[in-house]
Design a protein around this ligand. Sequence first.
Ligand code: COA
Length: 259
Amino acid sequence: MQSECAEIQAQLKDRILEITINRPGRKNALTMAMYTEMAGLLNSAASNPDVRVAIITGAEGIFTSGNDLTDFLGGSAEGEESPVFQFMSALYHFPKPVVAAVNGPAVGIGTTMLLHCDLSFAGNDAMFQMPFVDLGLCPEYGSSYLLPRIAGHAKASELLLLSKRFSAQEAVEIGICNAAVAPEEAIVRAREAAAELAKKAPAAVRLTKQLLRRATQEKGLEFIQDEGRYFKERLASDEFKEAATAFMEKRPADFSKFN
Ligand code: COA
């Protein structure tokens, strides 16, 4: 399987599709072209019998700094037709296990997507954050539904309302990651787990994933649609414009004038 986009690398080996986010100059921030590429890779892997497991990771010790904020400011669509929705939908419905290896920043969708992965291994250099409120936005892709169920209401509020950064160790305690390991071990552990899964009875693995997700699948979709609508509205808000402009101008956002 070949990637058409230089900033997304794909390698298929021993029935494992490894997808690497590769835009280190922008801390692996995800553009529309990158989402489209990842959606295409996952969608074709879903029906390809040569793929039993997918790994998602980032190049150069960075998972991803989330959505490219310049794209967001440029008014790129967030509706169901948008590349980011296509990617998250492909991940949400991917029938085979997905293993994440996380190093460095895993911000915004970088953390959100872990809620939809099946296993994840984080280097002790990882930094997680869902800074939606700090950006004048709101949670996305089912995180306001899944996170309280994984972490409990108090922790979910802390992470989403306060946009609090957290470490690999905390990600394990919360239940977002399976293990916090030495930075260079994250990809090693992910590949080991993927290799183990690739040897197991494939239909049994797929069915078990489906059953594990069943209780949250349907309700999750409802939340994804509602959050998507609100998120799109928030992208047009003055609060978001102030937050994103402040980031680009390397200054703190000033929300004092908003009601
Ligand atoms: N979108 C666009 N550009 C981004 C970006 C993003 N999400 N994240 C980082 N960049 C750019 C920075 O603007 C900077 O550009 P410059 O070299 O022209 O100044 C470059 O990538 C390096 O980022 P920098 O902030 O200097 O790196 P850092 O190591 O100090 O911090 C992060 C890394 C990820 C903590 C920080 O970049 C960050 O908070 N990024 C924004 C995350 C975010 O809000 N994502 C959207 C969630 S919806």
